[in-house]
Write a protein that binds this ligand. Structure first.
Ligand SMILES: [Cu+2]
Length: 464
C-alpha cells in the first residue's frame, strides 16, 4: 500500500494553473509518498504525456509524481527503514520513502524533472544520478558539486532528461556507509517515441549485498568482500518476486549492480540479447546473444527476449555462493568425510555438535535446523518437486499461456505437459560409493574417489 503523509506540514497539491518559475515554484515541496511493505506494486501507467510501458520493480514500486507547470516533480526522503529481506528476517537499513531500495523513478526523454530530496538520516547525504547526462552542479557529489544535505534539510535537483535509458541513484556522501546500508534506486527514462524499444514487460532490479550477523538487524558497514546476504532489491530467495510473463510477450530485464563484486546473471531456457547499458541503447547491429550477462560493479545491463517457451525458468547469479544465505562462510566442507569418526572427535569438544552434509549439502535444504531469530536458512525454498536448495540471488521467470496483459500475479508452478519431465528408470547398480568402516586402506578402493580433493602434502612431498 502506498501511504501518504504530510511532510513538514507543507504538502500541497498544485493545479496546472499556478505556473511560477524557478526557485519560487520550488519552494512548495510536494508531499512525500512512502511504502510500508516489500510487495511488488502494480506498474504506474502514465496519466499524461507520451505513452510508455511502465516498469515493474521486483519487490518494489514506482514513485508517484505531480506536474507543476511543465516540470515533473518527485520527492525522495532519505531515512532509516525496516526492510524484510525474506519471510523470517528483517533488516534495519537506510533507504528512501520507507523502503530499500528506494522507489523507481520513471519519466520520459525530454522531461524536465525537479526532484526534492529531504534528509531524515542522522548524517548528511546527497544524491548522485548515476549515468545521467546533466549540468555538473546537479551531479550530486557532496563537497565537489554541491554542499551536503544536512539532517532535516531539503535540496532540489533540476535537469532535463536528455536520453532515454536505465540509470540509478545513490548517495555520493559517506558512500561506503550509506550504500552498505541500502541507499539506492532505479531511474528509468522512457523514449519519447512510444514505438521505440517497446516491450510488453519491463522488469528492474538492483543487485545489492549486506553483511548481517545471524540474529542481528544492522549491516556491518566495513565489510568489503565477505557479505553473507546477496540480494536483489534488498530481498533474498525465496523472498524475491517471480518474473511473471505472458507467453509471446517481449520482455526486458534491467539489472544494476551496486555491490562490490561482479554478478554473472544467468537465465535458463532462452538466448537473450543485451540491449542497453547505463551508457545507452546498444545498436541493433551490435547486440550479441547470451545466456549469462556479467553485470560489472557500478554498471547496468539490460537484456531482452521473446517469451515463446512456457515454463518455470530459473534466473540467478552464477556465482554459487551468491545463491546462499548466511552461515555459508563458516560451514566446512564435509563431503566424503566419515561422519561417525568426525562426530566422535568433535563431540568431545562440542557436545551437541551436528555434522552436516557428508554427501554434499543438499540435505540441508530439506532440514529444519534450529537457528537464531531473524536469520534465514542457508539454502531453502521449495518447488513442486522438492527443495530448491537456493538462497540469495535466485528467482524464477514464469512464462505462461493465458494470463492477462500486465497481470503479474504469481501463477503457481508450471504444469508440465505429459512426458516432458526428466524421469527415473529402474537400475541394477549398487548404492553410491561409500567408504568402509575402519581402516579404509585395507579394503578395495572404490572406482571413484569420493573425497573432496583439497590441497595437501602427498606422501610427505608437496607437488606443485
Ligand atoms: Cu553474484
Amino acid at each position: 500500500m502506498i501511504t501518504r503523509r504530510n511532510f513538514l506540514g507543507t504538502a500541497a497539491i498544485l493545479t496546472g494553473a499556478s505556473i511560477i518559475s524557478g526557485r519560487a515554484q520550488a519552494a512548495r515541496i510536494p508531499e512525500a509518498v512512502t511504502m510500508d511493505h516489500p510487495n511488488m506494486q502494480p506498474p504506474l501507467f502514465p496519466s499524461s504525456g507520451p505513452d510508455y510501458q511502465p516498469i515493474v520493480t521486483l519487490n518494489g514500486w514506482t514513485l508517484p509524481w505531480r506536474m507543476n507547470g511543465d516540470w515533473k516533480e518527485f520527492h525522495l526522503v532519505a531515512e532509516p527503514v525496516v526492510r524484510e529481506i525474506a519471510q523470517g528476517m528483517k533488516a534495519h537499513l537506510w533507504g528512501y520513502n520507507g523502503q530499500s531500495p528506494g522507489p523507481t523513478i520513471e519519466a520520459v526523454e525530454g522531461d524536465k524533472v525537479r526532484i526534492f530530496v529531504t534528509n531524515r538520516l542522522p548524517e548528511h547525504t546527497t544524491i548522485h544520478w548515476h549515468g545521467m547526462l546533466l549540468p555538473c552542479g546537479m551531479d550530486g557529489v557532496g563537497g565537489l558539486t554541491q554542499p551536503h544535505i544536512n539532517p532535516g534539510k531539503t535540496f532540489v535537483y533540476e535537469f532535463v532528461l536528455q536520453k532515454s535509458g536505465t540509470f540509478m541513484y545513490h548517495p555520493h556522501a559517506d558512500e561506503m556507509v550509506q550504500m552498505a546500508m541500502g541507499m539506492m534506486g532505479f531511474f528509468v527514462v522512457h523514449p519519447r517515441d512510444p514505438k521505440l524499444h517497446r516491450v510488453d514487460r519491463d522488469f528492474v532490479f538492483l543487485l545489492n549485498a549486506y553483511d548481517i550477523n545471524p540474529g542481528a538487524y544492522i549491516p556491518k558497514v566495513m565489510t568489503m568482500t565477505d557479505f553473507n546476504l546477496w540480494t536483489w532489491n534488498s530481498r533474498a530467495f525465496p523472498g524475491i518476486d517471480p518474473l511473471v510473463v505472458r507467453k509471446d510477450d517481449r520482455v526486458r530485464v534491467r539489472i544494476g549492480n551496486l555491490t562490490m563484486t561482479n554478478h554473472p546473471i544467468h537465465m535458463h531456457g532462452y538466448h537473450f540479447s543485451v540491449t542497453c547499458t547505463d551508457g545507452g541503447w546498444v545498436q541493433e547491429s551490435a547486440r550479441w546473444p547470451e545466456t549469462s550477462i556479467d553485470v560489472p560493479v557500478g554498471a547496468m545491463r539490460a537484456f531482452e527476449f521473446t517469451a515463446d517457451v512456457p515454463g518455470d525458468w530459473a534466473i540467478h547469479c552464477h556465482k554459487s555462493h551468491h545463491t546462499m544465505n548466511p552461515m555459508g562462510h563458516d560451514v566446512k566442507t564435509f563431503i566424503g568425510v566419515h561422519q561417525r569418526d568426525l562426530r566422535k572427535a568433535v563431540g568431545k569438544l562440542v557436545p551437541d555438535y551436528m555434522p552436516m552434509g557428508s554427501a554434499g549439502m543438499a540435505e540441508m535444504g530439506d532440514m529444519e535446523m534450529p537457528m537464531p531469530d531473524n536469520t534465514l536458512p542457508m539454502m531453502t525454498g521449495f518447488g513442486q518437486f522438492g527443495p530448491l536448495e537456493m538462497g540469495g540471488m535466485f528467482s524464477v521467470v514464469k512464462v505462461r499461456e493465458g494470463i492477462g496483459a500486465n497481470d503479474y500475479k504469481d501463477p503457481g508452478w508450471y504444469k508440465h505437459p505429459e512426458g516432458t519431465v526428466a524421469y527415473e528408470v529402474p537400475n541394477n547398480l549398487a548404492a553410491a560409493p561409500q567408504r568402509q568402516d575402519g581402516n579404509a586402506t585395507t579394503t578395495k578402493k572404490p572406482a571413484v574417489e569420493v573425497d573432496v580433493v583439497k590441497p595437501r602434502p602427498k606422501n610427505g612431498h608437496r607437488h606443485h
